[in-house]
Write a protein that binds this ligand. Sequence first.
Ligand SMILES: [Ca+2]
Length: 155
Amino acid sequence: MASIASNVSSMRATPQETFESLQIVMSDEPTFQKLVDTVFGNMDANKSGTLDSKELTAFMVQVCDDMGVQDPPTPAQVHQVFKHLDLNGDNSVSRDELAVFLRHLFTEQMHQASVQIAKMEKQEKQEKAATSLSGLFKKQEKAATSLSGLFKKKK
Ligand SMILES: [Ca+2]
């Protein structure tokens, strides 16, 4: 159930993979809506068409478990998420309210993934620069050695 949401947000995927799968979902509205339907359908255990805090608790426990988080969410945390989801304050979360939340969540995750990708690219460049610099030093050492050899011969 949580598998779709956790696949998308899995910590095990590389930032590049995360970014690409989120981009696919976010760039295609029918795909996004289908995902919302699937997630909502899985969360709405009693098929009432809305989510209550019990259903949200079960969902959050599942997601935390899927993501390898040791501590299950506290009732206070669930309450906070519920309040965040329940945009019109009627004490239940509709499919459309979940859609708003997921769109926001995915946008945020795409941003985080792109920041991570940029960081990794920068690191790679720095490593390359360091490698070529040390190669340059080695060349200079060689040159210095052969020059000093030349010098010794002259003596
Ligand atoms: Ca509501």
